[in-house]
Design a protein around this ligand. Sequence first.
Ligand code: U5P
Length: 236
Amino acid sequence: MDKLDMLYEGKAKKVYSTEDKTYYIMEFKDDATAFNGQKKGTIHDKGIINNRISAFLFELLETNGIRTHFVKLLSDREMLVKAVKILPLEVIVRNIAAGSLAKRLGLEEGTELKRPVLELCYKNDELGDPMINNYHVMALGIAGEEQVKFIEETSLRVNQILRDYFIEKGIILVDFKLEFGIFDGEILLADEISPDTCRFWDAKTGEKLDKDRFRRDLGNVEEAYKEILSRIGKEI
Ligand code: U5P
């Protein structure tokens, strides 16, 4: 299937239409941004690595009953996905305090949370993706009551599946961000799941194996992304 028009160019991906209205092609770039675009850079081969990791995790989730937009891998940097309409919502699930939660609540990074925390953010670059709750989601008309409930339950199930999977691979799933889209009236998990959108810590050493290496100038960024790829049994 060939790419037609570019419908969207984001920080890390481009989305193209295809001759079939049912599908989009998603292309993963090496560009990296942080702090709402204030920090910019590239991570060598990130696009290839994130394409593979996302494909693998979407398949893992599908196997466990989660409906996603993923159809198949097309090339090193491209995957075929269902033509979803993305909801302007970022769903963050946290198992351990880190990043903005640690800062906001004055918790030491690494503090185990007594139960997973789910946060909703309004996806809006100009506003810096402000945190909202499900009343805002309904008031803004982003989703209805049943849909929000479905999104929250699905996100917590995704957390359980991914957490159980990664701990077997010696990796702690600290937190992650999900996006959902509507396709044919159905809510599907969409976007990507990768070291760009998750915090992964090595279970033995505590080493950060995700985008925090880029955000915080910790070095060995590409190596960290490759390490996650290798833990899921894949190579570049
Ligand atoms: N996250 C994203 N995109 C965003 C904001 C956060 O993928 O625009 C992910 C981070 O990678 C982290 C989690 O895994 O959501 C929580 O981020 P933070 O709120 O602690 O910065």
